[in-house]
Structures are given as C-alpha cells and as structure tokens.
Write a protein that binds this ligand. Structure first.
Ligand code: GRF
Length: 209
C-alpha cells in the first residue's frame, strides 16, 4: 500500500483536498494508495473535522510553542511512515527537518499557475481576487514539489482554466478547485509509480514502465 500523509493548517481550509485524495484512493484514480494520516495544527478545524468524519486518522500538532514544533511535527509524520506527504492548505514553510527527511516526496498544490499569483499571503480568495484584478484570461492550478520557500519548488503538473469576463473570486475559484481535484491525485499517482524525475527546476515525467 502506498501511504499518503496530508498536512493541513489552522483554521483556513475546507478540507476538500484531503477528502478528494481519500476518494481518489477508493475510486480507482489512485490505485493501491491510502491516506494514513491527516495532520493539522488546530483540533476542531474544518479540515480535521472533515477528515475525522471521513474516517481518516487525524493528528493535531500545535504550532505553539514554536521552539520544538519541527521536532513534534517530524515525529508525527514519522509515526505515520508515509511514502508521500501532500500539503493541503498548509500555510507555513515546512520545517527543514521534515523537508530533509522526505526529499522528493513532499508535494503541494496551489490554486494558480505558478509563478504567477503565488507566495506568502497568496491563498484562497486572495489568489482569485488577484487573478481577476490583473485581468488575466487564464488561471489554473499547479502541483509542485515543496522546498523551503512558499510556492516555489519544481513544477509537476499544471492545469489551466479560463477566466470569464463576469467571473467573481468564487466562480473562478470553483472552476480552479475542480481542476485541483483532478490534478493532485494525478500527480501523486505519477510519484507513486516512480515516474517523476527532478532535474534542477525541471520535473521529467517518465513513460509508464
Ligand atoms: C486549495 O485551494 C489548495 O490549492 C491550497 O489550499 C486550498 C485547500 O483547500 N493550497 P481545501 O481546504 O482542501 O478545500
């Protein structure tokens, strides 16, 4: 079984990404995979509640005190012994210790076509509002490997969606979310199949063996 740990943050987030990943493990999009842990920083957050209601194992690692957060988070991740770690609305820079323990196995999804509309403070409706304010005709989502900067690691997959003249942050966000829910399991499947090779900033997708 290919084991996935999902990391979520505080009070942000709806938990749709972890729900979709768990669904993908059961509906054939991610064969032989399962979500073994959902780790959040606040008990009772929507994402943690949704994971628990879905029957997924949930764990809370408080971000306070900050001094030993990295040690406690790493311990919780290691307990789950995941093959891959998927950030799902995780709002912090991942501690170096966690990054070092799982090289090439930590993914994030961002609701825009990076490097546009990414970086600190670019999350949720802020992203889609910025997209509309700028007047771009196309946005989308990006799945990328995680490095020590916000929304910065090598890009695995991107899916574009159109921005319509009368879009609101909500309407374009819903279109992007549907693309995210297709892209994230697809990227995890490629990782699980050993088909992602990182070459500097580039991720080569290898053909099926
Ligand atoms: C998603 O839009 C994802 O791109 C971003 O955080 C959001 C999480 O959504 N990184 P949800 O809480 O899983 O619904």
């Amino acid at each position: 079984m290919y084991k996935i740990a999902m990391l979520v943050s505080g009070s942000q987030g709806r938990g749709s990404t972890l729900q979709n990943m768990a669904d993908a493990c059961e509906d054939g999009r991610l064969p032989g995979a399962c979500v073994v842990a959902v780790i959040g920083s606040v008990s009772g957050s929507t994402a943690i509640e949704r994971a628990a209601a879905r029957g997924l194992p949930t764990f809370v690692v408080s971000a306070k005190p900050a001094e030993d957060y990295d040690r406690r988070l790493l311990a919780a991740v290691k307990d789950a012994a995941p093959d891959a770690i998927c950030l799902a609305g995780y709002m912090r820079i991942l501690p170096d210790t966690v990054l070092a323990a799982y090289p090439g196995r930590i993914l994030n999804i961002h609701p825009a076509l990076l490097p546009a509309f990414g970086g600190k403070g670019m999350y949720g409706h802020h992203v889609h509002q910025a997209v509309i304010d700028y007047g771009v005709k196309v946005t989308g989502c990006t799945v990328h490997f995680v490095d020590p900067s916000y929304d910065n690691g090598p890009v695995i997959l991107q899916k574009p969606v159109p921005v319509e003249d009368d879009d609101t942050p909500e309407s374009v966000g819903a279109r992007v979310l549907a693309a995210e829910h297709a892209a994230y399991p697809e990227a995890v499947r490629l990782l699980a199949e050993g088909r992602l090779r990182i070459e500097g900033r580039h991720v080569r997708i290898l053909p099926r063996a």
